[in-house]
Design a protein around this ligand. Structure first.
Ligand code: SF4
Length: 331
């Protein structure tokens, strides 16, 4: 648990300890046999109050499963998650849910098309009994709409009448309705036009300042989390392979997978872009049902050596607050 303690600077809000989430899945398309799909396999980290932890990796690496398991939308296979020191389980989540919310990737799919925007935002107020009168409920809905840059008249409209960016703002207003302290932002901008993405990121940053929010910001792309994250965790096939303050990770990535992800980010400066070598990863991400032995990245790693197939590398602190799981750094 050294990882948890050493990374903590301020007050710890959320502790994730040896978290595993396995799903029973079919072994293949035509097979009736089942096996465990290890979506999240022994992951530990913490999140400090007021910070944004970015979590990145290719699709299928387990980052969304972590977000949902933290909120107990999925029951963990093993391991613990604590919010303000209190273990999250099927009993405590009933009272903790109000403090922990989620913003989904697809704002359209997550909004009930038959409800007005006012009722979508008002629903959590009703569930948690947060408005004593009809007027109080209405005032709160209008204040939330204003908070996310929408107008009072939008309350009577339906989700299909809005653009993707506006729908995501409605999703954010709904999450904020219960005055949460922690929000899982699950790829909140990946379904949006590039021109809208920066607006939503800026809004999330402003809301964080204003309301003292803490975010777990999930994305498949390191360029997206660069500006919003205080620290970044990189995941590969259910494992956390690198965890670092954001500046250090972008300046000096240590894990070969992180280096490959970073090399794929377009650089605006053409000279820098020409001098930078793109690392192309061979092959596809292996199946989490039957992950490679030892280091799970070894089948695609340009630096793999015999030990990588034999022993799983451990996440170790290689520089202050900079953790990496790779045999290249074994002493
Ligand atoms: Fe590559 Fe080996 Fe490091 Fe894994 S442990 S990232 S295979 S060098």
């Amino acid at each position: 648990m050294a990882v948890l303690e050493k990374a903590a600077g301020n007050e710890t809000l959320l502790e994730v300890e040896n978290l595993k989430k396995y799903f029973l899945a079919k072994k293949g398309m035509l097979s009736s046999q089942t096996a465990w799909l290890k979506a999240v396999d022994d992951v530990s980290f913490n999140i400090n109050k007021g910070e944004t932890l970015g979590l990145v990796g290719e699709s299928g690496c387990g980052k969304t499963t972590i977000g949902r398991t933290i909120l107990h939308l999925y029951e963990p296979t093993s391991g613990t998650v604590k919010f303000k020191g209190r273990k999250i389980d099927k009993h405590s989540i009933k009272t903790l849910r109000r403090h922990m919310q989620i913003i989904f990737q697809d704002p359209f799919a997550s909004l009930n098309p038959r409800m007005t925007v006012g009722d979508i935002i008002g629903e959590p107020l009703d569930i948690h009994n947060l408005a004593k009168t009809k007027n109080e409920r209405k005032d709160r809905i209008l204040a939330l709409l204003e908070m996310v840059g929408l107008n009072p008249e939008h309350a009577n409209r339906y989700p299909h009448e809005f653009s993707g960016g506006q729908r995501q703002r409605i999703g954010i207003a709904r999450a904020l309705a219960v005055e949460p302290e922690f929000i899982v932002c699950d790829e909140p901008i990946s379904a949006l036009d590039v021109s809208i993405q920066a607006q939503v990121i800026n809004m999330l940053e402003d809301l964080q300042q204003e309301l003292g929010l803490t975010y777990l910001f999930i994305a498949h792309d390191l360029s997206v989390v660069k500006h919003i994250s205080d620290r970044v965790g990189v995941m590969y096939l259910g494992k956390l392979v690198e965890l670092s303050p954001s500046g250090k990770l972008y300046k000096n990535p240590l894990h070969p997978y992180t280096k490959a992800l970073l090399s794929a980010i377009p650089v605006p400066d053409p000279n820098l872009s020409r001098s930078r070598k793109r690392i192309i990863l061979e092959g596809d991400i292996p199946s989490p049902i039957n992950p490679p032995s030892g280091c799970r990245f070894r089948t695609r790693c340009p630096h793999a050596k015999p030990i990588c197939a034999e022993a799983e590398p451990v996440l170790k602190e290689l520089e202050k607050d900079h953790f990496c799981a790779c045999h290249l750094f074994d002493s």
